[in-house]
Design a binder for this molecule. Sequence first.
Ligand SMILES: [Zn+2]
Length: 62
Amino acid sequence: MMPQTTPRVCRDCDGFATVTITTGLPAVDGTRDTVRVNCPTCRGLGHTVPALRTARAVRGAA
Ligand SMILES: [Zn+2]
C-alpha cells in the first residue's frame, strides 16, 4: 500500500509557490517595486494535497 499522507509538489509552480514580480516601476524610496504573488493552485503552499471526497457519499461501492 502506498502512503497517502505525503503531500505532492504542486505541478503548477513546481514547489516555488511564491514568486516576486518586478513591476518595472521605481518605488518612491529608490528600490524596485515588486509584487509577491502566490500560486493560485496551491495558494502559496508549494504542494497540493489530494482532494477529500467527504462531500460525495459513496453508495453501493463495495
Ligand atoms: Zn503551486
